[in-house]
Design a protein around this ligand. Structure first.
Ligand SMILES: [Zn+2]
Length: 247
């Protein structure tokens, strides 16, 4: 039995429910009834989905960005979500098929546009306590990029993070640098290097082919090493003992 809710996707949701039910049957081999399935599409900020199994009901909330995806993509996603619920590794073929879909032209663009319009982005003052990102960006742009990097929103992260030193958010065309680096005891060269890395992301778009995605293609890595005080910057970051990564 599958149940679907009216979320403006009536017929599709019914089919999707049936797909989840059939995947559940393959994965959950216990005898007896498989859980009821309740699928709804939601206007999440990105291509996010949630699945929860509670009291005999599998409730699935799928990003409405999936509407229009063909049944095999939905089936692959169902395999991934159901496998995770049962703490199993999703089949590699399903992961590949889903990734290919998400990375396909058009879909990827729609995800970016949706993040831009629905997602919230906290942009704080780029002038920090120790370092001014606006001034640093202009200086690096002139010195190392011949001013070729277009104006980009700059921000210190709203909160310090143990996970990443910085990131470039393509949807909001914003570079966000970890607030932990905005301290006098952090050498300027370390902050400059992180900012330089993120500026390289503005310059080098993510490459994707055959379901794989290269966030740091070889040309990116080669140029990263041309940072004038590369070894010194890396050593300074190591010394800060930040376990965080750059992405
Ligand atoms: Zn990176």
């Amino acid at each position: 039995m599958s149940r679907s809710s009216e979320t403006g996707a009536g017929e599709i949701a019914w089919d999707v429910g049936a797909i989840f039910e059939s995947v559940l049957r393959q994965v959950d081999r216990r005898r007896g009834p498989v859980p009821q399935v309740d699928v709804q599409f939601r206007p999440f900020a990105g291509m996010n989905h949630r699945a929860r199994l509670r009291q005999g009901v599998l409730s699935v909330r799928l990003s409405d960005l999936l509407q229009g995806a063909d049944a095999r993509v939905i089936e692959a996603l169902a395999m991934i979500l159901v496998a995770k619920l049962y703490r199993r590794t999703p089949p590699a073929a399903a992961q590949l098929r889903y990734r290919r879909y998400v990375m396909s032209r058009g879909v990827e663009q729609r995800i970016i546009e949706t993040k831009r319009s629905r997602g919230r982005k906290t942009i704080t003052d780029p002038r920090g306590h120790a370092y001014d990102l606006t001034e640093m960006f202009a200086e690096i742009n002139t010195r190392l990029f011949d001013n070729a990097i277009p104006a980009t929103k700059l921000s210190w992260s709203a909160r310090p993070s143990r996970l990443r030193l910085g990131h470039y958010d393509i949807a909001h065309h914003a570079i966000v640098i970890n607030r932990l680096l905005d301290r006098q005891e952090v050498p300027r060269v370390a902050v400059e290097f992180i900012l330089y890395h993120e500026m390289l992301h503005v310059k080098h778009p993510v490459e994707s082919s055959g379901g794989r995605r290269r966030i740091h293609p070889p040309a990116f890595r080669a140029e990263e090493k041309r940072f004038p005080r590369y070894a010194e910057a890396r050593a300074a970051l190591r010394k800060l003992a930040l376990t965080a990564d750059v992405d």
